[in-house]
Design a protein around this ligand. Structure first.
Ligand code: HEM
Length: 587
């Protein structure tokens, strides 16, 4: 019902496109690229029960000279044309021909529906500050019931998937066609010519790299080997909070969590990848922050052809800044590789970080392909970038939701106390007895996937999706945020924080996040599924368990929880979370 009334509004809006009404006489919005969804009727005509059909050549039974008013107008227009100069007539004819051709083409190809568009920008102006939210609204107004919407984002044709059912169809039937990445000149430079995993186009190079990472770097066994790193950094997180508490005592007693959570995940990921901590982690943080600025937002090549975009990047100084950033990263990564080469052989296999593993694979020739210096640096950088902010943002949202749901907070604290007894620290074996903790994290990732549109994919072959023809080289935005809140998959409580849904007997007890249940996609699915899940989950679990085991948390007096999101590559809360921690007595 709700969707139908939305469609009604759309019909009116589309019908209101004056050009369409004037030119076609009476038919609805086909003149714009707004392809009507259930939209053969516009609002007024729907109410009148009329079908929106093209005007008949003449009324049935009427004499040929008995012209409808529209045709009288056409005759008048023809008389006007007769008075125009031949040049103006030629231009007018050319415009009409192009116009008719565009309409025929749009009608002939069965593309999914789109909103009205602007020249050059296409639909870029409709995206707003938080694209995942704008896209869900656009889908509700213009998309198909099946979950598809087509946008023209500058020069890029983009398919948007917004429902769990459409995601299932895409992953089950078209995963291979959509397994590539959208090319970007800035990303290419920042990744040694797309020499990593995350941004590499689909093909042999990506397949080899991903296989190598899954087997040698991100396997559950290797993730287990970093348990001491996680334990040490979780203890440092708790100690950091205690330090901040002392400093905050003079004020309102509140501690800002964002910075502490970022330091925690940055330290775990940096130590696992390069063995480095402290000053190096701080340097990485600075570099990551700078890179994000080059990779997010509108790029020149999004709205203009490659050569022109290059000129604009050069003229605006973008290219120079980008080169500086690339150099800074390279200098940093080269230093780390050189240090590792020097200390080679110092540690046993149990203490290997990712860089040790890559250097060993190179020496043994065991990767099955050449691991050049640039390749190794690029992989290390990819892991650091992919693993750091995704984890800290998830932890911050989990804390926001727990503080907003005191019942869930108490339930979690009780579970952790039961599982850990009177031990001062949380051991990783204890995590196996914390079902509610895992449910809380799943629920936080469902409502707040850190990459709400995943990493944009691109198709390499034409595909027919739900009866619509999607040409090759179409970008794909999988709206994991909208899919995680799709009422058809999650019911009426889709927008509520209810970790119980994932417990035994709950409505989503069997739903997992490893890419086989398409209604829960914080890590994506299919070929491009995040390979870092086994690494990430214990990082999140140990930290969250430590935060609520050691402290009770309260909002500062007179403040409220702000659920709005910041925009960017990841979407943390808009306002960094400030809470008052109170030390808990351990059982
Ligand atoms: C909460 C933590 C994390 C979340 C939510 C997350 C989420 C994601 C998402 C959404 C994608 C893109 C999937 C797609 O494009 O369809 C991705 C890709 C990737 N992630 Fe993660 N990730 C996390 C942690 C990690 C960690 C810790 C690592 C490694 C240390 C990692 C490594 C990667 C890599 C290499 C890719 C690229 C895969 C490919 O393109 O084939 N991620 N991740």
């Amino acid at each position: 019902m709700e969707r139908d009334s939305a469609a009604g509004k759309v019909g009116l809006r589309r019908g209101a496109a004056p050009a369409a009404r004037t030119l076609s006489g009476r038919c609805c919005g086909w003149v714009t690229r707004a392809t009507p969804r259930r939209g053969e009727l516009d609002g007024a005509e729907r109410r009148a029960g009329k079908r929106c059909t093209p005007a008949p050549a003449s009324k049935p039974g009427a004499a040929p000279w008995d012209l409808a008013p529209g045709y009288a107008a056409a005759a008048a227009a023809a008389a006007t044309v007769g008075r125009m100069s031949p040049y103006a007539v030629a231009v007018l004819t050319a415009v009409l021909l192009v116009f008719c051709y565009a309409i025929r083409k749009a009608r002939a190809s069965k593309l999914p529906p789109s909103p009205p568009w602007l020249p050059l920008l296409g639909h870029l102006h409709l995206l707003g500050r938080l694209p995942h939210r704008s896209l869900r609204e656009l889908h509700a107004r213009y998309g198909t019931d099946g979950g598809l919407l087509l946008l023209q984002l500058g020069r890029r044709r983009t398919l948007v998937v917004s429902t769990a059912a459409a995601a299932a169809d895409l992953y089950r039937n078209h995963d291979l066609a959509f397994a590539s990445r959208v090319p970007s000149a800035a990303v290419s430079k920042l990744t040694y010519g797309c020499n990593s995993i995350s941004f590499v186009p689909h093909g042999d190079a990506w397949r080899r790299s991903k296989k190598m990472a899954v087997i040698h770097l991100l396997s559950p066994r290797r993730a287990d080997s970093f348990a001491p790193v996680r334990a040490a950094e979780a203890a440092a997180l708790v100690a950091g909070i205690r330090r901040e508490m002392a400093a905050a005592a003079a004020g309102d007693g509140a501690v800002e969590l964002r910075e502490l959570l970022y330091e925690y995940s940055n330290a775990v990921v940096t130590r696992a990848t390069t063995g480095a901590a402290g000053a190096t982690a701080a340097r990485i943080k600075r570099l990551l922050g700078n890179s994000a600025a080059f990779m997010s937002g509108l790029q020149a090549e999004d709205v203009m052809p490659g050569a022109a975009a290059k000129v604009v990047r050069w003229a605006t100084g973008f290219e120079k800044k980008l080169d500086g950033e690339v150099e800074a990263w390279d200098e940093f990564l080269s230093e780390i590789v050189a240090e590792h080469m020097e200390k080679k052989g110092d540690g046993g296999p149990g203490e290997e970080d990712f860089l040790d593993v890559l250097l060993r694979l190179r020496e043994e020739g065991a990767a099955g392909f050449e691991l050049t210096d640039d390749y190794i640096k690029s992989i290390i950088k990819d892991m650091i970038a992919a693993g750091t902010e995704t984890s800290s943002v998830t932890l911050e949202w989990a804390m926001v939701e727990l503080v907003g749901n005191p019942r869930a907070m108490t339930k979690l604290q009780d579970e952790i106390t039961r599982a850990t007894g009177d031990k001062a620290t949380i051991e990783e074996d204890d995590l196996n007895n914390m079902e509610y903790l895992k449910a809380v994290l799943k629920e936080a990732l469902r409502l707040h996937p850190p990459a709400p549109l995943l990493i944009p994919h691109e198709s390499t072959a034409a595909a027919v999706v739900q009866g619509y023809e999607i040409p090759a080289k179409t970008a794909l935005f999988m709206n994991a945020w909208a899919i995680g809140r799709d009422p058809a998959a999650w019911g009426e409580t889709a927008d509520e924080f209810r970790p119980e849904r994932f417990l035994g007997g709950g409505s989503a007890a069997d739903v997992d996040m490893r890419g086989s249940d398409y209604q829960l996609l914080p890590f994506g699915a299919g070929r491009r599924l995040c390979p870092g899940i086994s690494f990430a989950m214990p990082v999140l679990e140990v930290a969250l368990a430590s935060l609520v085991r050691h402290f009770d948390w309260e909002l500062p007096a007179g403040t409220h929880l702000d659920m709005s999101e910041a925009s960017g590559l990841t979407t943390p809360p808009l306002a960094p979370l400030r809470l008052i921690p109170k030390c808990r007595a351990l059982a």
